[in-house]
Design a binder for this molecule. Sequence first.
Ligand SMILES: *Cc1c(COP(=O)(O)O)cnc(C)c1O
Length: 389
Amino acid sequence: MNQFFEAAARLGLIPPYLFKTIDEKKAEVKDRGVDIIDLGVGDPDLPTPLFIVKKMEEAIHDSETHRYPAYSGMNLFREAVARWYQGRFGVDLDPESEVLTLIGSKEGIAHLPLGINNPEDINLMTSPGYPVYQMGTLFAGAYCHFLPLTRENRFLPDLHAISPLVARDAKAFFFNYPNNPTAAVADKEFFARVVDFCREHQIVAVHDAAYTELAFDGFKPPSFLETPGAKEIGIEFHSLSKTYNMTGWRLGMAVGNREILSALGKIKSNIDSGVFNAIQIAGIAALDSDQSCVRENCAILQERRDLLVGGLKHLGYDVELPKATFYVWLATPPGFTSMGFTTHLLEAAGIVTIPGNGLGTPGEGYVRLALTVPKERMEEALARLARLG
Ligand SMILES: *Cc1c(COP(=O)(O)O)cnc(C)c1O
């Protein structure tokens, strides 16, 4: 090959993209004129609440916001995060040293390993899972050790199953509850076991809390930082993306242990220049609001959840009612792999889902559905499934 340019070897670390054939099939089905119902993407279809948009509009006219933001975030935003954590979780945070503003939590998760890992370190992470824990780890030259989430372990990793040699060489442990993609939730006992484990083996605990505000039936998912001792060994990533339907705005935060945050902050201050201040000002309005917009959002998602899961159960599918997140983790019917069932739903019913194994091998035998389409579309999806038999 006579190429003038060869990409970095690092890009060879990226695992094969399992969704390629699905993407191609989706395009093919669309070209046939099929009306596609996309239950694949984890991106809210509902708009950002108007008062947040209005606040941004106002802020953007203030030319002070047009200048470089502070690296670690506006003091006022970090104070709003600390207030919100105190009000929602009863967790005390020093805005100056225990809160860091992020360009969405994905950015912070991806950069964290550059600040804490040496080559050949091992990072533990649950699987199936959000792919960024793995990619951030690999780009930092460290290795991934996957902890399977299965129905048998209630989708909570078995920390006793980790071999002492792996635990010895492990530097960080990524976990995420309420969980994407399984919709599992963790209780405080699990978080306490994580603190004990990470303390014993000197492992940095990294909790991704993106979905704590999307919960149903009055359930209030805890923050990892509520756990005694958590702040001594860990941090938590959070985000305004899912809570306030703000995925496009790119605003998140890391909170907790100041040494770990300082390591992440050092990487960031040499790569990016922070979040547009007008966006942070809108974020303050969101965090300081009475949170009625979050309750309204959850009520809509709960109605969709009841409709979809109720309908699936009625059709004989093997599925549990999720307590949180906007995902439904559906076991594939007998005789179908994840990929096989995803393909079948797409070709025979025009319904897009995510094959569970695409998010990690232990996800085989499941597909992920997202509650990010209106009720009418869900009814249509259920009608098509009923016709499939
Ligand atoms: C959506 C999501 C995030 C949040 O991403 P942002 O970069 O803050 O938009 C983080 N973790 C998980 C597991 C998610 O699903």
